[in-house]
Ligand binder design. Structure first.
Ligand SMILES: [Ca+2]
Length: 345
């Protein structure tokens, strides 16, 4: 049973598993860079990174490349679920694979595409098994950051609910919740929770045993990242800094190609689109949903305790209560931590 080395007998820093859909979305890449900074600053132990949703293998490779280029070794990474489970002919699969050719070009351009260098970890039988092994490794004190659809967490709960409820100290989610009849319910206006609604309900079913933190979009709207912020990342000269900048540009291009209506709604004032050369499109503004969810876990004091609901913390659920009275402080923290991972300061 002991596939993982037992070298964490006395865990002081909170062990954190990240579940991500890293690929074309700048949000996840920024969050993973921030996580590496938090490891370096001694605020967390990174227990593992699970990549999920439709093309988990490609996402997992990207995570491996990110960690490798950030100098992180020995962190288990694994492929999560293909969603929807058992429906691999889901139309989105083709579309995603086509889109990957764009990102493939990006990875090659930056010299990041060399999976053989990453020392990719052993293959796990199932993502649920990995989650339960990480609970054991954390001696029943695992924390989970969910910045992706909830499928894998739901499967882990279904596999062994008692072990999950007793072994997980907290779940931090990039997304919104509502309070209905005195319980938390997932708000399906949030993308991560909407993608696999059954899985989201399953995850919320552990709320009486496991404290939740939710970081909603209204918080992210307070601390946009601008083109000049991405220039600073690239300006470090670090390969990942350059990647963050180019990924921000390409992610926006992909959204434009896929869903023009949503693109216009979200970014009508936020980008300078170059139709002659979409890969030269410059992002002017993006919202750091996923990195803020990580900060809500590592640095809860920089947010307002806007809504405490029992043991749960809800930040940025509504327009009237964005969850931070000092957005400049939060933004500075975010930038300093990311730049730290890229070798600045
Ligand atoms: Ca994400």
């Amino acid at each position: 049973m002991n596939i993982l080395p037992i070298n964490m007998r006395s865990v002081r820093r909170p062990p954190l598993l990240i579940i991500t859909d890293m690929l074309e979305d700048i949000d996840d890449a920024t969050a993973i860079t921030l996580a590496v900074s938090k490891v370096r600053q001694g605020q967390i132990d990174l227990s593992g990174v699970l990549s999920t949703y439709i093309i988990p293998r490609i996402r997992n490779n990207c995570v491996g490349l990110m960690l490798h280029n950030l100098g992180v070794k020995g962190v288990p990474t694994a492929e999560g679920a293909v969603f929807p489970p058992g429906k691999e002919d889901f139309p989105a699969v083709d579309e995603y694979l086509r889109s990957y050719t764009v990102n493939n070009r990006l990875f090659q351009e930056l010299g990041l595409l060399s999976p053989q260098d990453t020392g990719l970890p052993p293959t796990w039988k199932t993502p649920a098994e990995l989650i339960h092994r990480l609970i054991d490794r954390a001696e029943g004190h695992l924390n989970i950051l969910l910045i992706a659809p909830a499928t894998d967490l739901a499967l882990a709960i279904q596999q062994d609910r008692t072990h999950f409820e007793q072994g997980v100290d907290s779940i931090c989610i990039s997304g919104q919740a509502k309070i209905v009849n005195n319980i938390l319910e997932p708000d399906f206006a949030a993308h991560n929770l909407n993608v696999d609604q059954d899985a989201s309900r399953e995850v919320f079913s552990v709320q009486r045993k496991v404290p939740f933190t939710l970081l909603g979009k209204w918080a992210a709207y307070q601390t946009p990242l601008y083109d000049y912020d991405f220039e600073r990342f690239a300006g470090t000269g670090h390969a990942v800094g350059k990647f963050l900048k180019r990924s921000a540009e390409l992610g926006i291009v992909r959204l434009c190609q896929r869903n023009l209506g949503k693109f216009t709604h979200l970014y009508s004032e936020g980008i300078a689109f170059n139709p002659a050369d979409p890969l030269r499109t410059i992002i002017k503004r993006s919202y750091p949903y996923d990195p803020l969810a990580l900060l809500a876990f590592t640095d809860p004091g920089i947010f307002d305790r806007s809504i405490q609901f029992g043991r749960h913390t809800l930040i940025g659920m509504t327009e009237n209560n964005p969850g931070m009275s000092q957005p400049d402080l939060v933004k500075t923290k975010l930038m300093d931590d990311i730049l730290f991972a890229l070798g600045e300061k």
